[in-house]
Design a protein around this ligand. Structure first.
Ligand code: UD1
Length: 421
Protein backbone atom coordinates (compact mmCIF):
# COMPACT_ATOMS: atom_id res chain seq x y z
CA UNK A 1 0.00 0.00 0.00
CA UNK A 2 1.10 3.59 -0.54
CA UNK A 3 0.53 5.95 2.36
CA UNK A 4 -0.92 9.41 2.29
CA UNK A 5 -4.65 9.02 1.68
CA UNK A 6 -7.24 10.47 4.01
CA UNK A 7 -9.90 7.84 4.68
CA UNK A 8 -13.32 9.28 3.84
CA UNK A 9 -16.71 7.66 3.40
CA UNK A 10 -18.86 5.04 5.01
CA UNK A 11 -18.23 1.43 6.10
CA UNK A 12 -20.58 -1.26 7.38
CA UNK A 13 -19.75 -3.42 10.36
CA UNK A 14 -21.30 -6.86 10.82
CA UNK A 15 -21.37 -9.39 13.68
CA UNK A 16 -18.44 -9.79 16.06
CA UNK A 17 -15.99 -12.63 15.47
CA UNK A 18 -15.60 -13.01 19.22
CA UNK A 19 -19.33 -13.46 19.62
CA UNK A 20 -20.16 -15.51 16.55
CA UNK A 21 -17.69 -18.31 17.37
CA UNK A 22 -19.33 -18.74 20.79
CA UNK A 23 -22.87 -18.52 19.40
CA UNK A 24 -22.01 -21.25 16.89
CA UNK A 25 -20.69 -23.43 19.71
CA UNK A 26 -23.82 -22.73 21.77
CA UNK A 27 -25.91 -24.24 18.97
CA UNK A 28 -24.54 -27.60 20.22
CA UNK A 29 -26.68 -27.17 23.33
CA UNK A 30 -30.00 -27.87 21.56
CA UNK A 31 -30.79 -30.62 19.07
CA UNK A 32 -32.41 -29.21 15.92
CA UNK A 33 -31.82 -26.23 13.63
CA UNK A 34 -30.38 -22.99 15.04
CA UNK A 35 -30.00 -20.04 12.68
CA UNK A 36 -27.49 -17.27 13.30
CA UNK A 37 -27.52 -13.99 11.38
CA UNK A 38 -25.29 -10.92 10.88
CA UNK A 39 -22.34 -13.26 10.38
CA UNK A 40 -18.99 -11.96 9.17
CA UNK A 41 -17.51 -13.74 6.13
CA UNK A 42 -14.16 -14.41 7.83
CA UNK A 43 -11.92 -17.44 7.97
CA UNK A 44 -12.49 -18.11 11.69
CA UNK A 45 -16.18 -18.73 10.97
CA UNK A 46 -15.24 -21.21 8.23
CA UNK A 47 -13.01 -23.12 10.64
CA UNK A 48 -15.67 -23.14 13.34
CA UNK A 49 -18.08 -24.48 10.76
CA UNK A 50 -15.67 -27.32 9.96
CA UNK A 51 -15.29 -28.06 13.65
CA UNK A 52 -19.07 -28.27 14.18
CA UNK A 53 -19.31 -30.60 11.19
CA UNK A 54 -16.68 -32.85 12.78
CA UNK A 55 -18.79 -32.92 15.93
CA UNK A 56 -21.72 -34.19 13.83
CA UNK A 57 -23.66 -31.01 13.02
CA UNK A 58 -24.99 -30.09 9.58
CA UNK A 59 -24.06 -26.52 8.67
CA UNK A 60 -25.56 -24.53 5.79
CA UNK A 61 -24.55 -20.97 4.99
CA UNK A 62 -26.86 -18.60 3.14
CA UNK A 63 -26.60 -14.97 2.15
CA UNK A 64 -29.66 -12.75 2.36
CA UNK A 65 -28.83 -9.35 0.95
CA UNK A 66 -25.50 -8.58 2.51
CA UNK A 67 -26.28 -10.48 5.71
CA UNK A 68 -24.72 -13.89 5.99
CA UNK A 69 -26.65 -16.51 7.88
CA UNK A 70 -25.74 -19.97 9.00
CA UNK A 71 -28.09 -22.76 9.99
CA UNK A 72 -26.57 -25.33 12.28
CA UNK A 73 -28.45 -28.58 12.67
CA UNK A 74 -27.35 -30.30 15.84
CA UNK A 75 -27.99 -34.05 16.07
CA UNK A 76 -29.35 -35.85 19.15
CA UNK A 77 -26.04 -37.54 19.58
CA UNK A 78 -22.87 -35.44 19.21
CA UNK A 79 -19.31 -36.65 18.73
CA UNK A 80 -17.54 -35.01 21.71
CA UNK A 81 -14.04 -34.87 20.21
CA UNK A 82 -12.59 -31.63 18.81
CA UNK A 83 -9.38 -32.44 16.89
CA UNK A 84 -6.08 -30.56 17.05
CA UNK A 85 -5.87 -29.72 13.35
CA UNK A 86 -8.94 -27.47 13.71
CA UNK A 87 -8.55 -26.24 17.30
CA UNK A 88 -4.97 -25.08 16.72
CA UNK A 89 -6.16 -22.76 13.93
CA UNK A 90 -8.53 -20.84 16.19
CA UNK A 91 -8.02 -20.70 19.92
CA UNK A 92 -11.62 -19.56 20.22
CA UNK A 93 -12.71 -23.12 19.44
CA UNK A 94 -12.01 -24.05 23.08
CA UNK A 95 -15.53 -22.63 23.60
CA UNK A 96 -17.00 -25.99 22.53
CA UNK A 97 -15.80 -27.45 25.84
CA UNK A 98 -18.73 -26.17 27.95
CA UNK A 99 -21.48 -27.12 25.47
CA UNK A 100 -19.99 -30.60 24.83
CA UNK A 101 -19.73 -31.33 28.52
CA UNK A 102 -23.27 -30.12 29.13
CA UNK A 103 -24.77 -32.14 26.28
CA UNK A 104 -22.76 -35.37 26.40
CA UNK A 105 -21.17 -35.44 29.87
CA UNK A 106 -17.86 -35.82 28.12
CA UNK A 107 -15.51 -33.72 26.01
CA UNK A 108 -12.16 -34.29 24.41
CA UNK A 109 -10.86 -31.01 23.04
CA UNK A 110 -7.34 -30.42 21.75
CA UNK A 111 -5.34 -27.90 23.76
CA UNK A 112 -4.98 -24.89 21.49
CA UNK A 113 -1.42 -24.02 22.55
CA UNK A 114 0.08 -20.53 22.71
CA UNK A 115 -0.13 -17.89 20.06
CA UNK A 116 1.58 -14.73 19.04
CA UNK A 117 -0.03 -12.62 21.75
CA UNK A 118 1.46 -14.81 24.45
CA UNK A 119 0.76 -17.72 26.70
CA UNK A 120 -2.95 -18.14 27.26
CA UNK A 121 -3.68 -20.52 30.12
CA UNK A 122 -7.03 -22.25 30.62
CA UNK A 123 -6.77 -22.83 34.37
CA UNK A 124 -9.86 -20.77 35.20
CA UNK A 125 -11.94 -22.65 32.60
CA UNK A 126 -10.92 -25.95 34.20
CA UNK A 127 -11.24 -24.84 37.84
CA UNK A 128 -14.77 -23.58 37.19
CA UNK A 129 -15.90 -26.77 35.47
CA UNK A 130 -14.27 -28.85 38.23
CA UNK A 131 -16.28 -26.96 40.82
CA UNK A 132 -19.34 -28.16 38.91
CA UNK A 133 -18.24 -31.77 39.27
CA UNK A 134 -16.25 -32.29 36.08
CA UNK A 135 -13.10 -34.39 36.17
CA UNK A 136 -10.50 -32.88 33.90
CA UNK A 137 -7.15 -34.23 32.80
CA UNK A 138 -4.82 -33.54 29.94
CA UNK A 139 -3.72 -36.44 27.80
CA UNK A 140 -1.62 -36.46 24.62
CA UNK A 141 -2.30 -32.78 23.93
CA UNK A 142 -6.01 -33.04 24.63
CA UNK A 143 -8.10 -31.90 27.55
CA UNK A 144 -10.38 -34.74 28.52
CA UNK A 145 -13.33 -33.72 30.67
CA UNK A 146 -15.91 -36.05 32.16
CA UNK A 147 -19.01 -34.99 34.04
CA UNK A 148 -21.90 -37.43 33.90
CA UNK A 149 -23.64 -35.30 36.51
CA UNK A 150 -22.87 -31.56 36.24
CA UNK A 151 -24.07 -29.65 39.29
CA UNK A 152 -24.47 -25.94 39.95
CA UNK A 153 -21.68 -24.35 42.00
CA UNK A 154 -20.39 -21.05 43.33
CA UNK A 155 -17.46 -19.93 41.23
CA UNK A 156 -15.24 -16.92 41.79
CA UNK A 157 -12.95 -16.03 38.88
CA UNK A 158 -9.54 -14.57 39.76
CA UNK A 159 -9.81 -12.40 36.66
CA UNK A 160 -12.91 -11.69 34.51
CA UNK A 161 -11.85 -14.06 31.74
CA UNK A 162 -14.07 -13.96 28.67
CA UNK A 163 -13.43 -17.58 27.68
CA UNK A 164 -13.76 -19.00 31.20
CA UNK A 165 -17.03 -17.13 31.78
CA UNK A 166 -18.38 -18.53 28.51
CA UNK A 167 -17.36 -22.13 29.10
CA UNK A 168 -18.73 -22.16 32.64
CA UNK A 169 -21.94 -20.47 31.53
CA UNK A 170 -22.59 -22.86 28.65
CA UNK A 171 -22.01 -25.84 30.94
CA UNK A 172 -24.20 -24.37 33.71
CA UNK A 173 -27.30 -23.86 31.53
CA UNK A 174 -27.93 -27.63 31.49
CA UNK A 175 -26.47 -28.50 34.94
CA UNK A 176 -28.55 -29.49 37.96
CA UNK A 177 -29.15 -26.51 40.24
CA UNK A 178 -27.81 -22.99 40.30
CA UNK A 179 -24.36 -21.74 39.35
CA UNK A 180 -23.15 -18.32 40.45
CA UNK A 181 -20.17 -16.84 38.59
CA UNK A 182 -18.62 -13.98 40.51
CA UNK A 183 -16.19 -11.59 38.82
CA UNK A 184 -17.64 -12.75 35.50
CA UNK A 185 -16.59 -11.02 32.28
CA UNK A 186 -19.24 -8.63 30.96
CA UNK A 187 -18.12 -7.90 27.43
CA UNK A 188 -20.95 -7.18 24.95
CA UNK A 189 -20.14 -10.58 23.40
CA UNK A 190 -20.94 -12.29 26.72
CA UNK A 191 -24.23 -10.40 26.88
CA UNK A 192 -24.94 -11.54 23.31
CA UNK A 193 -24.31 -15.18 24.23
CA UNK A 194 -26.54 -14.80 27.33
CA UNK A 195 -29.34 -13.42 25.17
CA UNK A 196 -29.11 -16.32 22.78
CA UNK A 197 -29.09 -18.84 25.65
CA UNK A 198 -32.14 -17.17 27.21
CA UNK A 199 -33.93 -17.37 23.84
CA UNK A 200 -33.10 -21.10 23.87
CA UNK A 201 -34.82 -21.45 27.26
CA UNK A 202 -31.89 -20.91 29.66
CA UNK A 203 -32.41 -19.16 33.00
CA UNK A 204 -29.77 -16.49 33.55
CA UNK A 205 -29.90 -13.54 35.95
CA UNK A 206 -27.46 -10.65 36.16
CA UNK A 207 -26.83 -10.41 32.40
CA UNK A 208 -24.34 -7.60 31.72
CA UNK A 209 -23.14 -7.52 35.34
CA UNK A 210 -20.15 -9.19 36.96
CA UNK A 211 -22.31 -11.71 38.83
CA UNK A 212 -24.16 -14.22 36.72
CA UNK A 213 -26.66 -16.61 38.25
CA UNK A 214 -27.57 -19.53 36.05
CA UNK A 215 -30.20 -22.09 36.95
CA UNK A 216 -29.91 -25.26 34.91
CA UNK A 217 -32.88 -26.49 32.88
CA UNK A 218 -33.65 -29.99 31.54
CA UNK A 219 -33.24 -29.07 27.89
CA UNK A 220 -32.84 -26.14 25.53
CA UNK A 221 -34.53 -25.42 22.19
CA UNK A 222 -32.89 -24.18 19.02
CA UNK A 223 -33.39 -20.52 18.16
CA UNK A 224 -32.74 -17.74 15.61
CA UNK A 225 -30.32 -15.08 16.72
CA UNK A 226 -28.43 -12.15 15.15
CA UNK A 227 -24.89 -11.56 16.41
CA UNK A 228 -23.94 -8.31 18.14
CA UNK A 229 -21.93 -5.84 16.02
CA UNK A 230 -18.15 -6.11 16.08
CA UNK A 231 -16.99 -3.30 18.36
CA UNK A 232 -13.34 -4.10 17.65
CA UNK A 233 -13.75 -3.74 13.89
CA UNK A 234 -15.76 -0.53 14.49
CA UNK A 235 -13.03 0.76 16.82
CA UNK A 236 -10.39 -0.11 14.23
CA UNK A 237 -12.13 2.17 11.70
CA UNK A 238 -12.37 4.94 14.31
CA UNK A 239 -8.62 4.77 14.99
CA UNK A 240 -7.83 4.55 11.27
CA UNK A 241 -9.84 7.76 10.80
CA UNK A 242 -7.85 9.42 13.60
CA UNK A 243 -4.51 8.37 12.13
CA UNK A 244 -5.32 9.42 8.55
CA UNK A 245 -7.10 12.66 9.53
CA UNK A 246 -10.15 11.15 7.92
CA UNK A 247 -13.93 11.39 7.94
CA UNK A 248 -15.39 7.91 8.41
CA UNK A 249 -18.97 6.91 9.15
CA UNK A 250 -19.25 3.45 10.68
CA UNK A 251 -22.68 1.88 10.21
CA UNK A 252 -24.08 -1.19 11.94
CA UNK A 253 -22.06 -0.49 15.10
CA UNK A 254 -23.07 0.37 18.65
CA UNK A 255 -21.20 3.44 19.93
CA UNK A 256 -22.16 2.58 23.52
CA UNK A 257 -19.85 -0.46 23.29
CA UNK A 258 -16.91 1.82 22.48
CA UNK A 259 -17.30 4.49 25.11
CA UNK A 260 -13.65 4.71 26.17
CA UNK A 261 -12.26 4.18 22.67
CA UNK A 262 -14.38 7.03 21.30
CA UNK A 263 -13.34 9.18 24.23
CA UNK A 264 -9.71 8.57 23.16
CA UNK A 265 -10.66 9.69 19.65
CA UNK A 266 -11.91 12.96 21.14
CA UNK A 267 -8.76 13.33 23.29
CA UNK A 268 -6.81 13.02 20.04
CA UNK A 269 -8.75 15.97 18.67
CA UNK A 270 -11.37 14.08 16.66
CA UNK A 271 -15.05 14.84 16.54
CA UNK A 272 -17.40 11.96 17.25
CA UNK A 273 -21.01 12.02 16.19
CA UNK A 274 -23.16 9.20 17.57
CA UNK A 275 -25.75 8.01 15.04
CA UNK A 276 -28.76 5.73 15.46
CA UNK A 277 -26.92 2.90 13.72
CA UNK A 278 -23.29 3.75 14.39
CA UNK A 279 -21.06 6.79 14.59
CA UNK A 280 -18.97 9.20 12.54
CA UNK A 281 -15.40 10.24 13.31
CA UNK A 282 -14.06 13.44 11.75
CA UNK A 283 -10.43 14.40 12.18
CA UNK A 284 -8.98 17.49 10.57
CA UNK A 285 -5.56 17.80 12.22
CA UNK A 286 -2.60 15.78 13.35
CA UNK A 287 -3.75 13.69 16.35
CA UNK A 288 -2.66 14.65 19.87
CA UNK A 289 -1.23 11.88 22.02
CA UNK A 290 -3.41 10.05 24.53
CA UNK A 291 -2.58 7.39 27.10
CA UNK A 292 -3.95 3.86 26.84
CA UNK A 293 -4.68 1.34 29.59
CA UNK A 294 -6.20 -1.95 28.45
CA UNK A 295 -8.68 -3.60 30.79
CA UNK A 296 -11.60 -6.02 30.67
CA UNK A 297 -14.84 -4.43 29.48
CA UNK A 298 -15.93 -1.68 30.01
CA UNK A 299 -12.22 -0.76 29.96
CA UNK A 300 -10.40 -0.14 26.70
CA UNK A 301 -10.11 -3.42 24.76
CA UNK A 302 -6.67 -4.98 24.39
CA UNK A 303 -7.83 -5.85 20.86
CA UNK A 304 -7.64 -2.13 20.00
CA UNK A 305 -4.18 -1.57 21.44
CA UNK A 306 -2.04 -2.03 18.27
CA UNK A 307 -4.39 0.18 16.25
CA UNK A 308 -4.08 2.87 18.96
CA UNK A 309 -0.27 2.59 18.88
CA UNK A 310 -0.36 3.01 15.10
CA UNK A 311 -2.32 6.29 15.48
CA UNK A 312 -0.08 7.42 18.35
CA UNK A 313 3.09 6.77 16.37
CA UNK A 314 2.37 9.88 14.26
CA UNK A 315 0.65 11.89 17.02
CA UNK A 316 1.85 15.12 18.56
CA UNK A 317 3.34 14.22 21.95
CA UNK A 318 4.25 11.17 24.01
CA UNK A 319 1.87 8.42 25.07
CA UNK A 320 2.08 5.76 27.75
CA UNK A 321 0.50 2.38 26.97
CA UNK A 322 -0.25 -0.12 29.73
CA UNK A 323 -1.20 -3.58 28.51
CA UNK A 324 -2.88 -5.54 31.28
CA UNK A 325 -4.03 -8.62 29.37
CA UNK A 326 -1.52 -9.88 26.83
CA UNK A 327 2.01 -8.54 27.27
CA UNK A 328 3.36 -10.34 24.22
CA UNK A 329 1.11 -8.12 22.14
CA UNK A 330 4.02 -5.68 22.18
CA UNK A 331 5.72 -7.88 19.55
CA UNK A 332 3.84 -5.57 17.23
CA UNK A 333 6.05 -2.70 18.39
CA UNK A 334 9.13 -4.31 16.82
CA UNK A 335 7.33 -4.37 13.48
CA UNK A 336 6.02 -0.80 13.58
CA UNK A 337 9.51 0.32 14.66
CA UNK A 338 10.70 -0.90 11.24
CA UNK A 339 8.55 1.88 9.81
CA UNK A 340 10.28 4.48 11.94
CA UNK A 341 7.89 4.54 14.91
CA UNK A 342 9.54 5.51 18.19
CA UNK A 343 8.13 2.89 20.57
CA UNK A 344 9.91 1.56 23.64
CA UNK A 345 8.57 -1.25 25.74
CA UNK A 346 9.33 -2.39 29.26
CA UNK A 347 7.29 -5.28 30.64
CA UNK A 348 3.66 -4.38 30.18
CA UNK A 349 4.32 -0.71 29.47
CA UNK A 350 5.20 1.03 26.22
CA UNK A 351 6.10 4.63 25.53
CA UNK A 352 5.25 6.00 22.10
CA UNK A 353 6.85 9.28 21.04
CA UNK A 354 4.92 10.60 18.09
CA UNK A 355 6.83 11.30 14.89
CA UNK A 356 5.81 13.63 12.08
CA UNK A 357 5.63 10.68 9.72
CA UNK A 358 6.47 7.01 9.30
CA UNK A 359 8.35 5.51 6.43
CA UNK A 360 6.92 2.62 4.40
CA UNK A 361 8.66 -0.75 4.86
CA UNK A 362 8.05 -4.48 4.51
CA UNK A 363 6.54 -5.71 7.79
CA UNK A 364 4.87 -8.86 9.07
CA UNK A 365 1.51 -9.31 10.79
CA UNK A 366 2.02 -11.40 13.91
CA UNK A 367 -1.65 -11.62 14.83
CA UNK A 368 -4.97 -10.27 13.64
CA UNK A 369 -4.92 -6.93 15.51
CA UNK A 370 -1.21 -6.36 14.87
CA UNK A 371 -2.03 -6.91 11.19
CA UNK A 372 -4.59 -4.12 11.03
CA UNK A 373 -2.36 -1.92 13.21
CA UNK A 374 0.39 -2.24 10.59
CA UNK A 375 -2.05 -1.44 7.81
CA UNK A 376 -3.06 1.77 9.64
CA UNK A 377 0.63 2.60 10.00
CA UNK A 378 1.09 1.96 6.26
CA UNK A 379 -1.72 4.39 5.49
CA UNK A 380 0.18 7.21 7.19
CA UNK A 381 3.67 6.21 6.06
CA UNK A 382 5.60 7.80 3.25
CA UNK A 383 5.99 5.42 0.32
CA UNK A 384 5.13 1.77 0.03
CA UNK A 385 4.42 -0.61 2.91
CA UNK A 386 4.05 -4.36 2.40
CA UNK A 387 2.31 -6.24 5.19
CA UNK A 388 3.04 -9.97 5.03
CA UNK A 389 0.98 -12.80 6.52
CA UNK A 390 -2.33 -11.05 6.03
CA UNK A 391 -4.13 -14.34 6.58
CA UNK A 392 -4.21 -13.09 10.18
CA UNK A 393 -6.31 -10.11 9.06
CA UNK A 394 -8.68 -12.40 7.13
CA UNK A 395 -9.44 -14.18 10.42
CA UNK A 396 -11.51 -11.25 11.59
CA UNK A 397 -11.95 -8.53 8.97
CA UNK A 398 -14.30 -8.90 6.00
CA UNK A 399 -12.66 -7.84 2.67
CA UNK A 400 -10.53 -5.34 4.58
CA UNK A 401 -8.57 -4.09 1.58
CA UNK A 402 -11.73 -3.56 -0.50
CA UNK A 403 -13.26 -1.51 2.30
CA UNK A 404 -10.05 0.54 2.58
CA UNK A 405 -10.05 1.19 -1.15
CA UNK A 406 -13.68 2.32 -0.99
CA UNK A 407 -12.56 4.88 1.60
CA UNK A 408 -9.84 6.16 -0.72
CA UNK A 409 -6.77 4.19 0.35
CA UNK A 410 -4.21 3.02 -2.17
CA UNK A 411 -3.99 -0.63 -1.15
CA UNK A 412 -3.83 -3.95 -2.96
CA UNK A 413 -3.78 -7.57 -1.95
CA UNK A 414 -0.86 -9.34 -3.58
CA UNK A 415 -0.75 -13.12 -3.71
CA UNK A 416 2.49 -13.67 -1.88
CA UNK A 417 5.21 -11.39 -0.69
CA UNK A 418 8.52 -12.90 0.26
CA UNK A 419 11.07 -10.99 2.28
CA UNK A 420 13.54 -13.81 2.74
CA UNK A 421 14.92 -14.81 6.16
C1 UD1 B 1 -11.02 -13.21 24.34
C2 UD1 B 1 -10.97 -12.74 22.92
C3 UD1 B 1 -9.71 -11.93 22.63
C4 UD1 B 1 -9.59 -10.79 23.61
C5 UD1 B 1 -9.70 -11.31 25.04
C6 UD1 B 1 -9.72 -10.23 26.08
C7 UD1 B 1 -12.17 -14.50 21.76
C8 UD1 B 1 -12.11 -15.59 20.76
N1 UD1 B 1 -11.01 -13.90 22.04
O1 UD1 B 1 -9.92 -14.10 24.54
O2 UD1 B 1 -9.80 -11.41 21.30
O3 UD1 B 1 -8.35 -10.16 23.45
O4 UD1 B 1 -10.92 -12.07 25.20
O5 UD1 B 1 -10.74 -9.35 25.85
O6 UD1 B 1 -13.21 -14.12 22.24
N2 UD1 B 1 -6.41 -16.15 31.69
C9 UD1 B 1 -5.84 -17.00 32.63
N3 UD1 B 1 -6.42 -18.22 32.84
C10 UD1 B 1 -7.55 -18.62 32.18
C11 UD1 B 1 -8.11 -17.75 31.23
C12 UD1 B 1 -7.53 -16.51 31.00
O7 UD1 B 1 -4.83 -16.67 33.24
O8 UD1 B 1 -8.03 -19.74 32.44
C13 UD1 B 1 -5.80 -14.80 31.47
C14 UD1 B 1 -5.28 -14.61 30.07
O9 UD1 B 1 -3.97 -15.08 29.93
C15 UD1 B 1 -5.39 -13.11 29.90
C16 UD1 B 1 -6.64 -12.76 30.71
O10 UD1 B 1 -6.84 -13.84 31.60
O11 UD1 B 1 -4.29 -12.47 30.48
C17 UD1 B 1 -7.89 -12.54 29.89
O12 UD1 B 1 -8.10 -13.60 29.01
P1 UD1 B 1 -9.55 -13.99 28.48
O13 UD1 B 1 -10.52 -12.92 28.85
O14 UD1 B 1 -9.86 -15.38 28.92
O15 UD1 B 1 -9.35 -13.95 26.92
P2 UD1 B 1 -9.83 -15.01 25.84
O16 UD1 B 1 -11.21 -15.49 26.19
O17 UD1 B 1 -8.76 -16.01 25.59
Amino acid sequence: MTGGARLAGSVDVVGAKNSVLKLMAAALLAPGATTLGNLPAISDVTIMRQLLERLGCGVVETTEGAIDRVTITTPDSINPEAPYELVRKIRGSICVLGPLLARTGRAKVALPGGDAIGSRPLDMHFAGLERMGAEIRTEHGYVVAEAPDLRGASIWLDFPSVGATENIMTAAVLAKGTTVIDNAAREPEIVDLCRMLVAMGARIDGIGSSTLEITGVEELQPTNHDAVADRIVAGTWALAAVATQGDVTVRGANAAHLEIALDKVMQAGGEVEVLADGFRVVMDRRPKSFDVVTLPYPGLATDLQPQAIAALSIADGTAMITENLFEARFMFCDEIARMGADVRTDGHHAVVRGRERLSGAPVRATDIRAGVGLVIAGLVAEGVTEVAEIHHIDRGYVRFEEQLRALGADVQRVESVSFGG
